[in-house]
Write a protein that binds this ligand. Structure first.
Ligand code: FES
Length: 106
């Protein structure tokens, strides 16, 4: 089973199963992981699914695209490895991926 770990700003970690083709936002919402709301349903329009990808994983998962970038650029807690998790469609190759959640999303 491939898994992803979400780490909250408080340091709590939550592991969930990665499902091929399913976004990291939807996985987090389905698993009731705190800090990822996904208010816009995955349209890259709300920013409530912001995650910061572990530096060792950014090459594998890729950086944000232009639509994603437009939303992230308005986010005060944006970091170099920030992504909108609704725009991250999981693959089995991401087994072991770790993402952090920004302080704002507690
Ligand atoms: Fe709204 Fe990702 S769910 S931007």
């Amino acid at each position: 089973m491939a898994t992803v770990t979400y780490i909250t700003h408080d340091g709590d970690d939550y592991e969930a199963e990665l499902v091929e083709g399913k976004s990291l936002m939807q996985t987090a919402v389905d698993e009731a992981i705190p800090g990822i709301d996904g208010d816009c349903g995955g349209e890259a329009a709300c920013g409530t699914c912001h995650v910061i990808v572990d530096p060792t994983w950014i090459t594998t998962v890729g950086r944000s695209g232009s639509v994603e970038e437009a939303m992230l650029s308005m986010h005060p807690e944006r970091e170099a490895n920030s992504r909108l998790s609704c725009q991250m469609s999981a693959t089995e190759e991401w087994d072991g991926l770790t993402v952090r959640l920004p302080e704002f999303q507690l």
